[in-house]
Ligand binder design. Structure first.
Ligand code: ADP
Ligand code: MG
Length: 358
């Protein structure tokens, strides 16, 4: 069912995205990135693709770290330990291999990685690689919302990725995140000092649905419930093309039926969620909180840089230097609250705009 609100795990529930799923499944490079805004369907595409792979999949949902101000090696070791249970169940012989890792204890399918053994992460990957090689498979490590790991202190995950990329031929990574956040902030692919600099990565980008796609999505989704579809143009205008909001709309529409009421509920839910995510973004940035708010309110209808500067200056009654404005905007873009269209700054979808419109 297309309108099931959880991330999709099987192909029949996933609308379209065939090409994207195939590209993730193909594992064309040691690192595949799945890029898109929140609710574009990254987790769904990854889950569907990995469910169809004949390989062990180690799946780490880094959103578990969303509320943590910073991360240590211990967080990562714990998450990896838990994620190993699933592939060991599916491939019991893998257990025997993993028992060789120093600093790891395997009881049943429970794996504990000691936070004192920093070398154990490399070793886990090395044994996964060895097993995969002997079994004629690939070992796939998924880190969903990998940009959360930029908060990791005292352990260089990029070095681990680069080592694996260069040496472990049977280990493949699938990383998801927002385009700017994952590429620039986490992997630093364009930064000559980064361990991953110059490596080829396969990038699969999930764009919002177009009006045409949204229309088909709503029509086919409604058909699954035997309900006649809404006016897709009206829905699209109000909620935009992100699959997550369209799914929420569809889910509401098939139960309450009323088009207006379902739009209203979707917008109100989305606005709450976006505001919550923004509050989250502001944690630790409290010194600039007011400026961020002023910018988002001013940018609710696409505006130019100079106008945003003016808005901040007007709210404080004094001049602000250009670099500061640029820094604030860069952060908002990195976190997906704004995007650049030509020389204008805009909310990337109508519901983000709605969350900041006064
Ligand atoms: P992300 O991981 O990018 O935030 P999710 O995969 O969690 O996005 O998807 C958000 C919501 O949208 C979920 O309810 C999911 O079921 C739905 N969804 C996303 N893509 C599709 C799709 N192609 N077909 C049907 N539902 C989808
Ligand atoms: Mg997700």
């Amino acid at each position: 069912m297309y309108f099931d609100p959880r991330p999709k795990t099987s192909r029949e529930d996933l609308f379209d995205r065939e090409e994207e799923v195939e590209r993730v499944k193909a594992l064309r490079a040691p690192i595949t990135l799945v890029l898109g805004l929140r609710r574009a369907g990254k987790s769904s595409v990854i889950l569907v693709a990995t469910s169809e792979m004949p390989h062990p999949v180690v799946y780490i949902d880094a959103r578990r770290f969303e509320a943590e101000p910073y991360l240590t090696f211990k967080h990562v070791a714990e998450a990896l330990g838990e994620a190993l249970a699933q592939p060991m169940r599916r491939f019991p012989r893998l257990r025997e291999y993993l028992k060789n890792v120093k600093g790891i204890s395997v009881t049943g399918f429970e794996v504990k990685i000691s936070w004192r053994e920093r070398g154990s992460l490399v070793e886990v990957l090395e044994w996964l690689n060895r097993w995969a090689e002997e079994d004629g498979r690939k070992a796939v490590v998924v880190i969903d919302e990998a940009q959360e790991l930029t908060k990791l202190k005292g352990y260089n995950l990029l070095k681990l990725l680069a080592y694996s990329y260069d040496n472990l031929r049977n280990v493949y990574f699938v990383l998801s995140g927002s385009k700017v956040g994952l590429l620039k902030k986490f992997l630093k692919l364009e930064d000559a000092g980064s361990p991953l600099y110059g490596r080829y990565v396969e990038a699969v980008e999930l764009r919002p649905f177009t009006l045409e796609e949204a229309k088909r999505f709503l029509e086919e989704g409604c058909r699954q419930y035997g309900v006649s579809p809404p006016d897709a143009e009206k829905v699209y205008r109000a909620v935009g093309g992100l699959p997550g909001w369209l799914t929420y709309f569809g889910y509401t529409y098939v139960s309450v039926r009323g088009e207006e009421e379902s739009i209203r509920q979707t917008v109100s839910y989305a606005v709450d969620l976006v505001r919550q995510e923004f509050a989250h973004f502001l944690e630790g940035r409290w010194a600039a909180e007011k400026r961020y708010r002023v910018i988002m309110e001013a940018a609710a209808e696409c505006v130019a840089w100079s106008e945003l500067k003016r808005a901040v200056e007007a709210s404080e009654g004094r001049r602000i230097n250009d670099a500061e404005i640029t820094r604030l905007l860069k952060n908002l873009v990195d976190y997906g609250f704004l995007e650049k269209r030509g020389n204008l700054y805009c909310p990337p979808d109508p519901l983000i705009a709605a969350a900041f419109r006064k």
